[in-house]
Write a protein that binds this ligand. Structure first.
Ligand code: DGY
Length: 325
């Protein structure tokens, strides 16, 4: 009997690929760049499952190129905004993700970014490399202590609330803005509006999902409400922050600093003027990038696919209420 076809869009951990190879006709797209839409359409034809990554725009056209055999789209990550879930619902395709396993890694990364902004790590590194380290200078490169700062967290789900816990443990006052009231708040104080959170925070960290409602959530209007001395951290999704407005606000002193692990688009256009600013640290979407966490994410993505191949709805299916198998 023919084995079902499974397509993996990037090179992944080999032990996890072995698990798929045992039961499927496995295609791994290991080209230097992620597949274009046209390439993916060709590869996915006749597939039963797709192991997708954030770069892949998995829309109706891709699903139709796979044809009626496609049962599972398993995203390597907790965010699945690159998958058109409505189109998947219409085609009875299960969409699955990897919640939980990256919470601590991502939240602690956001805290690390806050620390590095507060202690001017990137700037100090450039200072040395540019030959400016002449002697010890008591009043140079002074940062600030997070323990005397207020953190405002936008989106208080798994990752946001875990960051709240870390910040609280480190003596910060924590505010949050979230539509629903979470079960555990670790001493964080709820703000009734986004405006109230922005006005009262020294550091603002974004942890909401990317949806039509959160696209451009932070534009120059919101940045103006923040303190002049404040820092914005984005480890969520690029389009939540308007990059041109952020550039304007950073270059005219509306806010003091920003750290971006995500941008719109990704990768960032290398001509964007924001890359010339000293009060920005920019990273290539690495919040969950530890060996331990990426291995767990890979395993969970494969588990989701294997369940689907056995006609079981994946444990971490995000659209189970719309699927009838
Ligand atoms: C996630 O898990 O959503 C990460 O951003 C990788 O896509």
């Amino acid at each position: 009997m023919n084995k079902p076809k499974v397509v993996v869009t990037r090179t992944q951990f080999e032990n996890e690929m072995e698990r798929l190879r045992d039961v499927s006709d496995l295609i791994i797209i290991d080209t230097p760049n992620p597949p274009t839409s046209e390439e993916l359409k060709q590869k996915i034809s006749g597939a039963t499952a797709l192991f997708a990554h954030i770069n892949d725009s998995v829309n109706a056209e891709i699903m139709d190129a796979a044809g009626p055999s496609l049962k599972v789209i398993a995203e390597f990550g907790v965010g699945y905004d690159n998958v058109d879930v409505d189109a998947a619902n219409e085609r009875n395709i299960a969409v699955a993700n990897t919640p939980g396993v990256l919470t601590e890694t991502t939240a602690s990364f956001a805290f690390t970014l806050m620390q590095s902004a507060a202690r001017r790590i990137a700037e100090a590194d450039r200072f040395v490399r540019n030959g400016k380290w002449a002697h010890f200078e008591p009043l140079d490169l002074l940062g600030y202590d997070l323990s005397s700062s207020v953190l405002g967290i936008i989106g208080f789900g798994r990752i946001g609330s875990y960051l709240g816990k870390i910040a609280n443990d480190n003596g910060m006052k924590v505010l949050y803005y979230n539509r629903s009231i979470p079960e555990e708040t670790y001493g964080a104080q709820r703000m009734d509006s986004l405006e109230e959170l922005l006005e009262n925070s020294d550091v603002v960290s974004l942890h909401c999902p990317y949806t039509p409602e959160t696209k451009n959530l932070i534009t120059k209007k919101q940045l103006k409400l923040m303190k002049k001395s404040s820092t914005l951290i984005n480890t969520a999704r690029g389009p939540i922050v308007n990059l041109d407005d952020l550039y304007e606000s950073l270059s005219s002193g509306v806010i003091a600093y920003a750290v971006l692990d995500v941008t719109d688009p990704e990768p960032i256009n290398m001509d964007h003027p924001i890359l010339n600013l000293d009060n920005l640290t920019i990273l290539p979407h690495i919040a969950s990038a530890t060996v331990e966490t990426r291995k767990k994410m890979s395993k969970m993505t494969v588990d989701n696919i294997l369940e689907g191949l056995q006609n079981k709805l994946p444990t971490y299916c995000v659209n189970s209420e719309n699927i009838s198998w």
